[in-house]
Design a protein around this ligand. Structure first.
Ligand code: HEM
Length: 432
């Protein structure tokens, strides 16, 4: 992995952008040539991807986080009105509607439930659209779902819906418009972004709830940590969870979250070799070759994680670990990060990681304090994962996962709120 990272301009992701826009977004040939032109430096497509990082950080991220918290709250309040829910469907709907409202604003096409369902129909087999074997014949439902989703997004752009969307959307819309794309073409170009926005966050949130609620001791510890360090009770009795404190003062919560990603990721990083190159003085790679780096295996390698590599350890990502050396002295070891590729490999690190981490941790922290959740048969058996051509790296769950929801007596009847402090949206996440 380190050897590959030493050649970022030779071993790159660039050809994948072209491939995706050709197959997934159906960008017309002449416009694709323009978007991918590298004769005057990085292509427009790679610049758009590059420009995603600043619009998912700083003030833009603060605004997204504020809106996200505001919209999550009524959904979490409502959870208490049901004795049982399908946890998989509940999290999927909550994250879909909140993330897309924050990104697309008041005219968000996902406010139409049919569009939401259409997107998830598309997502099941979206990778089939990337094949070159008559996708409309081998995946007609997926083909139709994309058409329907993109028609809704074309209407959204025609109605100037982008005017109160996020900075992320504004940046993409302006860039594609300047490159000469029509509203219909921009609607198709939005598909990879929606895929990136939702398809990893939803299953990641599911596994975080699954791994935490199935471990009573860890759950108690994390409840205690959130109560002590991130919960404020206002004079009027409102219980307020502060996202800034979840980030800065709940290291066990953050460690547990990263451990879930480490254990559950199915990511295979793909890179393209654009010139002949020798890696680590040993391995010759010919120009045109594709390189696959399996995050799943590297994320469990004993050389990075020690003998407990295959086990779930909620404390693994705590900043430092104290061990006793042979002389009986305490020794602080650094936090281990090598081999953690759930958010990619430097220099291509997921720009949405701070937003999705805020969303997932806010959800799980408040749900953990307010509710007890358990499978209806009381047995925490991991559900099956989707076995189709999804592009998700987080093992999306197949079918229903019914759970009972009980309000915790300690907080019954209390009003709740979220709070966030601007400038505190970025988490100290490990990156490979
Ligand atoms: C838990 C949730 C998420 C996980 C596990 C995740 C994972 C990843 C990974 C592994 C990559 C690198 C892909 C590669 O190297 O080929 C990536 C890239 C990317 N992600 Fe995420 N992601 C998440 C959430 C998000 C969100 C919420 C957004 C959008 C707001 C997003 C937008 C992107 C974009 C635009 C890229 C491409 C970056 C580039 O090519 O430089 N992701 N993500």
């Amino acid at each position: 992995m380190r050897a590959v990272q030493k050649h970022p301009t030779v071993i790159t992701l660039e050809p994948l952008f072209k491939f995706t826009h050709k197959r997934m977004c159906q960008t017309p040939r002449e416009k694709l040539v323009h978007l991918c032109d590298q004769s005057r430096g990085p292509s427009l497509l790679s610049r758009i991807v590059h420009d995603t990082t600043p619009v998912l950080a700083g003030k833009s991220l603060d605004r997204m986080n504020r809106q996200m918290l505001q919209q999550l709250l009524p959904l979490i309040d409502d959870m208490g009105n049901y004795e049982t829910i399908d946890l998989n469907a509940w999290l999927r709907h909550a994250i879909t509607i909140v993330s897309t409202n924050v990104t697309y604003g008041n005219l968000n096409p996902f406010q139409n439930r049919h569009v939401e369902d259409t997107f998830w129909e598309l997502e099941r087999n979206v990778a089939l659209l990337l094949t070159n074997i008559v996708p409309w014949l081998i995946a007609p439902k997926t083909w139709k779902a994309r058409k329907c989703l993109c028609a809704a997004f074309k209407d959204y752009f025609d109605l100037t819906g982008y005017e109160d969307g996020s900075d992320l959307l504004a940046m993409r819309y302006r860039s594609f418009l300047r490159a000469g794309l029509t509203h219909k073409e921009i609607a198709y170009a939005e598909v990879p972004l929606i895929v990136g926005l939702l398809t990893n966050t939803v299953p990641a949130a599911f596994w975080v709830h699954f791994e935490l609620f199935s471990r009573p001791k860890l759950l108690e510890e994390i409840r205690g940590e959130v109560e002590q360090n991130a919960l404020d009770i206002a004079p009027d009795g409102t219980h307020i969870i502060d996202l800034g404190y979840l980030r800065d003062d709940c290291p066990l919560l953050l460690s547990m979250y990263q451990e879930v990603l480490r254990i559950r990721t199915t990511m295979v990083t793909i890179r393209f070799v654009t010139q002949d190159v020798v890696l680590a003085d040993n391995y010759f790679l010919r120009s045109g070759a594709m390189l696959f780096m399996p995050a799943k295996q590297l994320g469990r390698h004993q050389s990075a994680w020690g003998t407990s590599a295959d086990e779930f350890d909620g404390r693994r990502f705590l900043r430092s670990t104290t061990t006793i050396d042979d002389n009986g002295d305490k020794k602080k070891g650094p936090r281990r990060t090598g081999g953690f590729m759930a958010f990619g490999v430097s220099p291509t690190i997921c720009p949405g990681r701070h937003f999705s981490t805020s969303e997932i941790l806010a959800l799980v922290a408040m749900i953990a304090l307010r509710y007890d959740i358990a499978p209806v048969d009381r047995l925490w058996h991991a559900p099956l994962r989707v076995n189709s051509a999804t592009t998700s790296n987080m093992g999306p769950v197949e079918g229903r996962f019914p759970v009972t929801v009980k309000k915790r007596q300690k907080y019954e009847g209390k009003p709740w709120q979220f709070k966030t402090t601007d400038g505190k949206g970025q988490f100290g996440l490990a990156v490979g």
